[in-house]
Design a protein around this ligand. Structure first.
Ligand code: NDP
Length: 483
């Protein structure tokens, strides 16, 4: 199946091509074959995108928030209307099963547009009484924002950045990962159909250097990156040169702690969701599953039983539960981690092999008896590989869970409510779950602490990251000056 878009970029309300840009071959992970060919943005395309964003932003910011919201809500409706074809394109681009992309990827993007559409008109300033004088605050947009996306949730990431940025009166230039560049172009078309004025949401394609050119442009007020820690460090440093606002949504090695008294089926289900959904390519995955010794054997037995029947195959087939990894490079990386885990003495409970399928598949894999010093307990694998570690006491679990430089997410399973809250309070992570895992509704802020990032997406909190406060002091009497 080909999925060639009309052109590589979407700038100022229309498709744009510049064949002088290096070729980007887009592969369908399920077959390993090319499904589209695009060109990287040249300096001329980057300039056109930023110039049109800057030109459009002032008028957009002057609209009443309710008018901006109306357009975003219309875009959410269109996404839902086109749900099946958008899901099919996302599956083609990412390899994720259609049973996921129909319910998770674009639908979550539509939720973000709807949520921030409704929130925008509720954002107000404050008045500050100062005797006879007073001050008031205005919450203003930042201006031109740049979004840089990872390849694992390409369309969701584009929506999660576009929705709060546009709702608050900013313009956004978005660069998707060159591995999964197709969905963001669809969003650009949908926003125009919904009535968004040209220039406010532009998509430019390219690899890291295109991202770097955007981040360093003096017209840019804010950079929001979803990506890895090494890229985050570079982008943060570049943004610091211009003292730009940043949101960094980076990687993780999150702990999921299962106590003896947990509901076994729910804990096993959550561990599977938190390691196997999207073939494990989820930043907040609970990739260190700490299981208390009393429940360990029962947990592993049920986990092996349920993992063995996961259906791998053609991601377009609605019965398929797990698709391939996104790229040959990611496949090589994940299978490399599996071999390292075996060599370092982790016990293979299930999976660990390459299924006999065309495309970049890895079987759902569980390792038990993993120790803190093993590579799979320390590094982000970003594949369907679960590491189960044993623990005895609550204090021990918390200390070991926190012994990482990452701090994106954490989860705890227990029926003891005071313990649940005590443990969560002690865990160093930005996004936590009690008796649940990996649910990220738009109403709740999402983001990491420590090396996993700064800033938050979703929830009211995101508003603060796409706006700034202007303070206005109002003098009501004569000016009292010593001069
Ligand atoms: P990368 O960090 O490799 O890339 C992220 C984006 O930044 C891509 O668009 C990339 O372009 C671009 N980029 C790369 N180098 C530069 C640079 N020097 N200057 C500007 N932009 C640059 O991440 P991946 O795409 O590999 O995604 C996987 C990572 O993302 C994982 O670590 C995962 O944990 C994290 N992630 C975090 C999430 C969160 O919300 N916390 C959610 C999802 C993923 P290109 O790809 O074209 O090189």
């Amino acid at each position: 199946m080909r999925a060639q878009p009309q052109a590589s970029h979407f700038v100022n309300g229309d498709w744009m091509e510049d064949e002088a840009g290096a070729v980007i071959e887009v592969y369908s992970p399920a077959t390993g074959r090319i499904c589209a060919e695009l060109h990287e943005a040249t300096p001329a395309v980057i300039d056109a995108a930023l110039a049109s964003a800057q030109a459009a932003q002032r008028d957009w910011a002057r609209l009443r928030p309710v008018e901006r919201g109306r357009i975003l809500r219309r875009a959410a409706d269109l996404i839902r209307e086109y749900g099946d074809s958008l899901a099919a394109l996302e599956t083609l681009d990412t390899g994720k099963p259609i049973q996921e992309t129909r319910v998770a990827d674009w639908p979550s993007g539509a939720d973000a547009l709807e949520y921030f559409a409704g929130l925008a008109p509720t954002v107000t300033g404050e008045t500050v009484p100062l005797g006879q004088d007073f001050a008031y605050t205005l919450r203003e947009p930042l201006g031109v924002c740049v979004g840089l996306g990872a390849w694992n949730y390409p369309s969701q990431i584009a929506c999660w950045k576009a929705a709060p940025a546009l709702a608050m009166g900013n313009a956004l230039v978005f660069k998707p990962s060159e591995v999964t560049p197709l969905g963001a172009l669809q969003l650009a078309e949908i926003l125009i159909e919904a009535g968004l004025p040209p220039g406010l949401f532009n998509v430019v394609q390219g690899r890291g250097q295109v991202g770097a050119a955007l981040v360093q442009d003096p017209r840019v007020a804010k950079v929001s990156l979803t990506g890895s820690v090494p890229t985050g460090r570079k982008v943060y440093a570049m943004a610091a040169e211009g003292v730009r606002h940043v949101t960094m949504e980076l990687g993780g090695k999150s702990p999921l702690i299962v106590f003896d008294d947990a509901d076994l089926e729910s804990a096993v289900g959550a561990a599977m969701l938190g390691n196997f959904y999207s073939a494990g390519q989820v930043c907040s995955n609970g990739t260190r599953v700490f299981v208390q010794s009393g429940i360990k054997e029962a947990f592993l037995a049920r986990l092996a039983e349920r993992s063995a029947v996961i259906v791998l195959g053609d991601p377009m087939d609605p019965d398929t539960q797990m698709g391939p990894l996104v790229s040959a490079a990611q496949h090589a990386k994940v299978t490399g981690y599996i071999e390292t885990a075996k060599a370092e003495g982790a016990r293979l409970v299930c999976g660990g092999d390459a299924p006999d399928l065309e495309g970049w598949f890895v079987a759902p894999t569980v390792f038990a008896d993993v120790t803190d010093d093993m590579t799979i307990a320390q590094e982000e694998v970003f594949g369907p590989v679960m590491a189960v570690l044993d623990f005895e006491t609550e204090d021990e679990a918390v200390t070991r869970a926190n012994a990482t430089q990452f701090g994106l997410a954490a989860g705890v399973f227990t029926r003891d409510i005071t313990r649940a809250h005590r443990v969560i309070a002690a865990l160093e992570a930005g996004t936590c779950w009690i008796n649940a895992y990996n649910l990220t509704p738009v109403e709740a802020p999402f983001g990491g602490s420590k090396l996993s990032g700064v800033g938050r997406e979703n929830g009211r909190a995101a508003i603060e990251h796409y706006s700034q406060i202007k303070t206005v002091y109002v003098g009501m009497g004569p000016v009292d000056s010593p001069y």
